[in-house]
Design a protein around this ligand. Structure first.
Ligand SMILES: [Cu+2]
Length: 223
């Protein structure tokens, strides 16, 4: 049973929270955490917040669990949170500036976490993909395509690839075609060379030179 001071305190908090909601200047944002392992931040229309314009926001957090909390951190010195043990609604007035913000539950920060951006983001150019390194090996019996560690290649991403070709046979060559690639070693070539290719979407076939019967090879989807 609630003691009178506790009841008053609880009422007071509820009233303050409501006053905060009504009185806080700014665009409404709603944070929710719990009762399960869920955390979310939604805008006034109920959509998950991914990006906001900078400005003043009235953040209302509904903390539905005494095992979780809602903690928002980011640029402009923003660091507001509910208490893990506490349950209830809490209002915060926050002024958000350009940058990336993170909201999370402190005890479960790796699985209960979300991010959003505010304002103009510096557009980072996508990093140039490092060429994928592959090894194409030709023996008198088969043609294989593997990683440098010798693992069979299951699928490949579109982009540059540096293929080390190891031709062990003086009577067979290697052929690579499809996915924007058409390369072959000579039948009599023996040795190691590197092909730098640009893979496009499609199917990359690796087999021997045209001499029949073709050696067992394979195909890899590129996407
Ligand atoms: Cu949690």
């Amino acid at each position: 049973m609630m003691t009178l001071p506790r009841l008053l305190a609880a009422t007071c908090v509820a009233v303050l929270a409501l006053a905060g909601v009504a009185g806080a200047d700014g665009t409404p944002l709603g944070g929710t955490v719990g009762p399960g392992f869920t955390i979310s931040l939604k805008d006034g229309s109920g959509a998950a917040v991914k990006h906001l314009d900078p400005g003043a926001f009235a953040l209302t957090v509904d903390d539905k669990s005494d095992e979780h909390n809602f903690h928002l951190v980011g640029p402009g010195g923003i660091d507001v949170s509910t208490e893990v043990e506490g349950i209830g609604t809490k209002a915060f007035s926050v002024t958000l500036v350009d940058g990336k913000y993170t909201f999370f539950c402190d005890p479960h920060a790796t699985r209960m976490v979300g991010t959003f951006t505010v304002g103009a983001q510096a557009i980072e150019p996508p990093p140039a993909p490092a060429p994928r390194r592959l090894v194409l090996t030709v023996t008198s019996k088969a043609v294989t395509l593997t990683t440098p560690a010798g693992k069979r290649v299951g699928a490949l991403a579109v982009g540059p690839a540096a293929i080390t070709v190891r031709d062990r046979s003086a009577t067979r060559g290697a052929r690579l075609r499809g996915a924007g690639v058409s390369r072959t070693t000579g039948i009599s070539f023996v040795g190691t060379l590197t092909w730098t290719v640009k893979l496009s979407a499609g199917t990359l076939l690796y087999t021997s030179d045209a001499r029949k019967p073709l050696l067992p090879g394979g195909r890899v989807a590129v996407s």
